[in-house]
Design a protein around this ligand. Structure first.
Ligand code: ATP
Length: 437
């Protein structure tokens, strides 16, 4: 249990200190809402994506993957409704020039600006969050294109291609992990609200008659995912959107929310989208996206259940959840209690002194060959080296000492408890394998 409150500042500082995350273009002063991921951040993100890919496999039907393009033509974003509707309400303080999103920043126009204390507001305007660009040299309307604000639409526009090339049968899913871009009015809370981020989205195509059961199936499955990657489930709640707040095409939407230090916030959205998207793309492209049902002899547009979570937002959630400060051996230590499948480094091999580094190397090489992300560290006191691994969430360390030369055993030291046990070197790989299952 964390003894002191986890703050965003602590997470940001750890991320930079240990090389998880850096501000983009750091040497030029950074860029608001955009970040680069360093070595450990990259590895942790890969682990998150792999866990997600595994978690969506299911007994209802197959999943096909898509790696769609980031830029889409204007026509596609008109069809999806994003050109007309994908905006947030924005307001400026005319005194201090600060800009706010009225719905998210809880701005009351009858009260003074929370930043400067003066009441001098502009009108509320709608601000479209899509990044617009031009394709080629022509500057006319036909060259207008947009960076995708969600990965889902590339799935819908490729629906027929995926269906036919894979000879897919309803129900089935198309999944995608990839970048999305939103020109957020107020990017904030580090990786929580970014302008360039990654999403993991699943569009599940099914018959309308079974769609509510399917929706419930995915709600339970997504909940199970968060438990499987070690999140504290007492901080997770499922928030059902009230009917009057639903998008006109959605029968039901449930957000998976996590209790951040800044309150319960959306981590993932699960939405019954009906036939809205495929119907829109059928209308606007003139291509029929209905599929023929052998049983009924009718052509129908399938119903969609969507699950959508941000890789970066989940990354931040996992860090908040894992960040712990405690006392060990009379010292305060920082540790990340990450689930072993999420931890960027799976284990470290630590020779007690440099004199026996060479003797410890074969164990390191064996583990590295099998698990790739293994550290070897022989500099500094053993206590310091444990702390270094604790801080980046490495679940176990194998300590090779002088006794190891004689009995071919190593000490396994556990991150969370600090407990130690002796095991045969020949069992080390299996020991780690068991931890990662
Ligand atoms: P919010 O209300 O927090 O802006 P949203 O309802 O607009 O979220 P969706 O469009 O449902 O979000 O996107 C699905 C998921 O993508 C979110 O649950 C979140 O995990 C992630 N996501 C959305 N916008 C951002 C962002 N600006 N930065 C990081 N992750 C994001």
């Amino acid at each position: 249990m964390s003894q002191t409150p986890v703050t965003l500042e602590k997470i940001v500082s750890l991320c930079k200190r240990k090389g998880f995350v850096f501000p983009a273009a750091d040497i030029y002063g950074g860029i608001n809402g955009i970040y680069d991921f360093g070595h450990l951040g990259y590895l942790m993100k890969e682990n998150i994506k792999n866990a997600w890919k595994k978690s969506i496999q299911n007994e209802l039907g197959d999943i096909y993957f898509l790696d769609g393009s980031l830029i889409g033509p204007q026509a596609m974003w008109i069809a999806s409704g994003h050109v007309e509707n994908f905006h947030d309400p924005m307001i400026d303080c005319m005194n201090c020039k600060k800009r706010f999103r009225t719905d998210d920043d809880q701005i009351d126009v009858n009260k003074p600006c929370p930043s400067c204390g003066i009441k001098s507001w502009t009108d509320i305007r709608d601000f479209n969050l899509m990044f617009q660009t031009q394709l080629g040299a022509l500057q006319d309307d036909s060259a207008k294109a947009y960076l995708r604000p969600e990965t889902a639409q590339t799935i819908f526009v490729q629906f027929k291609n995926v269906l036919t090339t894979n000879r897919a049968k309803i129900p089935f899913g198309i999944a995608q992990i990839g970048k999305s871009f939103r020109n957020e009015i107020t990017p904030k809370q580090f990786l929580f609200r970014m302008r360039e981020f990654e999403q993991m989205e699943l569009e599940w195509f099914c018959k309308d008659a079974t769609s509510m059961e399917t929706f419930e199936f995915w709600v339970q499955k997504r909940k199970a995912f968060y438990s499987s990657i070690g999140l504290d489930m007492s901080k997770i709640r499922m928030y059902q959107h009230p009917t009057e707040k639903l998008s006109h095409y959605s029968k039901c939407t449930i957000d998976v929310e996590y209790e951040f230090p800044f309150g319960f916030k959306e981590l993932e959205g699960i939405a019954h989208r009906g036939t809205f998207d495929l119907t829109q793309h059928t209308k606007h492209s003139g291509k029929d996206l209905a599929i023929f049902d052998q049983e009924t002899g009718l052509s129908e547009i399938p119903t969609v259940v969507e699950t959508s979570v941000g890789v970066d937002r989940l990354f931040l959630t996992l860090l908040f959840d894992a960040y712990t400060e405690d006392e060990m051996d009379g010292e305060t230590r920082v540790l990340l209690k990450l689930h072993p499948t999420i931890a960027p480094i799976k284990a470290a091999v630590l020779p007690l002194t440099k004199k026996i580094s060479e003797n410890a190397e074969p164990l390191y090489k064996t583990l590295k060959k099998q698990f790739t992300n293994i550290d070897f560290d022989d500099s500094g006191s053993i206590g310091k080296r444990y702390r270094r691994q604790d801080e980046i969430g490495t679940p176990i360390c194998f300590t090779f000492d002088f006794q190891s030369l004689e009995d071919n055993m190593v000490t396994v030291r556990h991150r969370d408890s600090g407990k130690q046990e002796r095991i045969a070197i020949s069992n080390a790989a299996q020991y780690l394998e068991n931890l990662l299952v």
